[in-house]
Design a protein around this ligand. Structure first.
Ligand code: TRP
Length: 338
């Protein structure tokens, strides 16, 4: 069987946290080691501009996210790792797709609809603060995906609709321009059910928008402090505790092996104190992250090396995007006169 092409993008806003690591980065790096896959992972910096208009923040986040993936062991000779904005063919494909994508399809996009609903609820103009970038965000995302003929797109639940839209757009393109020999591959989303959605300090889903995250590469002391801030109930040491309603236990499970999980379950039943449980949690997380943390800081101090890796990734990626864009241009009637 030919290899499955797996592609996903990481928007370059903010600093990666434990939830990103457990829910996306760790499984993606594991999948890239599977030889039946061909992985494409990229920094979605054009998408960042939709959410963030602070140039320094976008730039810094790009550097941090690149260093994070490399520090965690992404092997760039196996996976193709690149920055969206280095692939000049993506915005061009995006425009061509804009010209076949129905506006009505975009009207139904969740992110855009949520913004309109919020305006209406506050009796504001429906379009207040909504840019064309936000409106056509799914088209750019479709270009990211279709540019590399990806088969599978691992995403969080909130992105399922966008991958389905990419599929619709590909179908439309093939129908209009490439009926005999479809040019674009129809992608499918992949939502990993057994990858856990990590809880944050307050017990809700760990998310930057809730301000309840634990950044991934905090210095040890600060990591300890953050873990100590995880919300617990008021049960004393010696009183049995319910692991299944505990954030400490939930995060433990995301880092522990099977026997460690059952040991902690037992400790909860036996009334381990919250302080002890958190100290154990710190040790476990720190054990997994200590080495990558060192590599991360080393990489941040060597931006030239990280840049060189991204450039290599871009040239590998463009070996695919350039010829595909040529075919697309020809299919739509844009090519030299002679
Ligand atoms: N929009 C995605 C997110 O916010 C990131 C992204 C951009 C992406 N382009 C993509 C994901 C292409 C998968 C495929 O999470």
């Amino acid at each position: 069987m030919s290899k499955q092409r797996v592609l996903t993008g990481i928007t370059t806003t903010g600093t990666p946290h434990l939830g990103n690591y457990v829910g996306a980065i760790r499984p993606a790096i594991a999948a890239s080691r599977d030889d039946s896959n061909e992985s494409f992972y990229f920094l979605a910096d054009y998408h960042a501009l939709i959410k963030c208009q602070d140039p320094n923040a976008v730039h810094q986040s790009t550097q941090e996210i690149a260093a994070t993936w490399l520090a965690l062991g992404l092997e760039t000779d196996k996976a193709t790792f690149y920055r969206q904005s280095d692939i000049r063919e993506i915005p061009e494909l995006s425009w061509i797709l804009n010209c076949i994508c129905a506006k009505g399809l975009m009207n139904r996009a969740h992110a855009y609809k949520a913004a309109v609903d919020a305006n209406v609820a506050e009796q504001e103009d429906a379009d207040k603060g909504i840019t064309m970038g936000l409106f056509s965000y799914p088209v750019l995302m479709a270009a990211d995906i279709l540019m590399f003929n990806a088969h599978r797109v691992p995403v969080g639940k909130d992105q399922i609709q966008h991958v389905e839209m990419a599929r619709d757009i590909a179908q439309r393109f093939n129908h209009v321009y490439a009926k005999k020999a479809p040019l674009l591959t129809l992608p499918a989303y992949q939502v990993d059910e057994h990858v856990s959605v990590l809880q944050g300090l307050d017990g809700r889903k760990m998310s930057k928008s809730y301000g309840n995250t634990i950044p991934l590469f905090l210095p040890e002391k600060q990591l300890k402090k953050h873990i100590n801030k995880i919300k617990t109930n008021l049960l004393e040491p010696g009183e049995a505790k319910d692991p299944d309603t505990s954030t400490v236990f939930q995060i433990w499970q995301a880092f522990a092996n099977e026997s460690q999980v059952s040991e902690m379950r037992q400790a909860f039943a036996e009334g381990i104190g919250w302080g002890d449980a958190k100290a154990k949690l710190f040790d476990l997380i720190n054990h997994e992250l200590a080495e990558p943390r060192e590599r991360y800081h080393d990489l941040l101090a060597r931006p030239n090396d990280v840049e060189a890796i991204l450039q290599e990734g871009a040239s590998k990626a463009r070996q695919i995007s350039q010829p595909l864009l040529e075919q697309v241009r020809e299919a739509v009637g844009i090519y030299r006169l002679a």
